[in-house]
Design a binder for this molecule. Structure first.
Ligand SMILES: Cc1cc2nc3c(=O)[nH]c(=O)nc-3n(C[C@H](O)[C@H](O)[C@H](O)COP(=O)(O)OP(=O)(O)OC[C@H]3O[C@@H](n4cnc5c(N)ncnc54)[C@H](O)[C@@H]3O)c2cc1C
Length: 387
């Protein structure tokens, strides 16, 4: 077993760190205060080709695996860009995976290059206000009329919908009472036509510069050629993207947790109280040491899940566990970083309170910790399905 980065992976890490350097802590603090999508950051990554890290080479991507994509997202978050930086590009990295796997050649030629070049920006429209995690019951309806579908419905929490011109949309094409098993939902990748779609930003706890929204769809017309794969099989298509997404967000969480830990250790060495650095006290040292171990252990699970995925082996248990463990380790590291800073941990200029607010995101999304525990209990331990 080899835990070292390959020379290629080292190059990826170094290149991403270099791109992130001008986007320093003050930049992200300003973005956190003022909001506004980090266009210049997104553009810097797009211009150097990184948005296509995991996209097929024949469409302008680098054709690398989830291990490399996870390394990239970890590096972005760990520079201090945190979830603000990672979420600005997250959807580009693996969001269109169902299109890569199930799209036609014509669709891939049409959709992937503009996304990789940063000319198109996509959002991901699954969650609905009245169905939550019970995705199979979603209500947004797409009705076929000749060579178009006409869509009515409502989505919630859709990130980057303020700046996106495209949406990957899951909608019901068969009425719920006629749907069997996982069938009845279809997947579309189409223009976010703002004459038919209203996007209302949700005020939220953190990551102000990457918007999340309520989305009201009223008569959106989607050409049939914008449907991905067969009608009715959309849910099974998005399942293909779920494990990589969990691996990526887990990796982002580890990066954010490590950024917090670095700030905490730096402050603990510098800050003197009772005539000595606060870092001499075991009460300060031990929580930080514990966070280091938790982040390392969670990172091993992330790497295992990524490796399994890249070997085309089943990785559901590992990808979900990685997301769970990484999010919890990240949250705890951010909390310990605030304690280490004492009162100053609560001041925005020390950055760690921002990290803690962002640490909630990998805990809550794209799936809750409770549902991950339910999944492991059922699929790994063979216990009865509880939901
Ligand atoms: C910052 C942010 C960005 C997001 N971006 C996107 C996006 O771009 N696109 C998108 O489609 N979605 C997005 N989401 C939505 C996110 O994926 C959902 O919030 C998440 O899946 C949980 O769904 P819900 O909020 O409807 O929770 P609910 O389904 O309402 O669940 C509420 C709580 O009840 C618990 N619960 C429910 N049923 C059970 C059960 N049987 N057993 C135990 N516990 C249970 C859940 O675990 C959870 O804690 C985002 C969310 C956030 C916070």
């Amino acid at each position: 077993m080899n835990f070292s980065l390959t020379p290629e992976q080292e190059q990826i890490r170094d290149a991403i760190e270099k791109i992130c350097t001008p986007f320093d802590a003050d930049y992200w603090l300003r973005k956190d205060r003022e909001g506004g999508f980090p266009d210049d950051f997104h553009r810097a990554l797009a211009d150097s080709g990184w948005l296509g890290i995991a996209m097929p080479e024949e469409h302008g991507g680098a054709g690398l695996g989830i291990s490399e994509a996870a390394l990239m997202m970890h590096t972005i978050a760990a520079t201090g860009a945190g979830l603000s930086g990672a979420s600005a590009v997250h959807m580009n990295i693996f969001g269109l995976h169902p299109v890569v796997v199930f799209g036609t050649d014509e669709q891939k030629r049409r959709w992937l290059p503009p996304l990789i070049q940063g000319r198109d920006r996509a959002c991901f429209g699954v969650t609905e206000p009245n169905t939550g995690l019970n995705t199979l019951k979603l209500k947004t309806r797409a009705v076929r009329e000749g060579d178009h579908y006409v869509v009515h419905g409502q989505k919630v929490w859709i990130s980057t919908a303020q700046v996106a011109n495209k949406i990957l949309l899951l909608a019901r094409t068969t009425p719920i009472e006629d749907s069997e098993g996982t069938e009845g939902l279809s997947l579309f990748y189409t223009d976010l036509d703002r004459t038919k779609v209203e996007v209302r930003e949700i005020e939220k706890l953190g990551r102000k510069c990457v918007d999340s929204n309520q989305v009201f769809i009223d008569g959106l017309r989607i050409p049939v050629e914008d449907r991905v794969g067969e009608e009715g099989k959309g849910f099974s298509y998005i399942l293909h993207g779920l494990n990589p997404e969990r691996i990526l967000i887990a990796s982002e969480a580890i990066g954010l947790g490590r950024a917090a830990l670095k700030r905490a250790a730096g402050y603990a060495n510098e800050r003197e109280v009772f005539g000595r650095p606060i870092g001499m006290n075991q009460g300060i040292q031990h929580p930080l040491a514990k966070s280091w171990m938790e982040l390392e252990a969670a990172h091993l699970m992330v790497q295992k899940a990524a490796w399994l995925y890249d070997q085309h082996l089943p990785c559901g248990a590992e990808a979900n566990s990685a997301k769970f463990l990484a999010a919890e380790a990240c949250y705890s590291a951010c909390e310990n970083a605030i304690f280490t800073h004492g009162g100053m941990g609560y001041a925005k200029e020390y950055h760690v309170e921002r990290y803690l607010r962002e640490a909630w995101i990998p805990r809550l999304a794209p799936v809750s910790p409770q549902l991950i525990l339910c999944f492991i209990a059922e699929k790994v331990l063979g216990l009865p399905k509880s939901y």
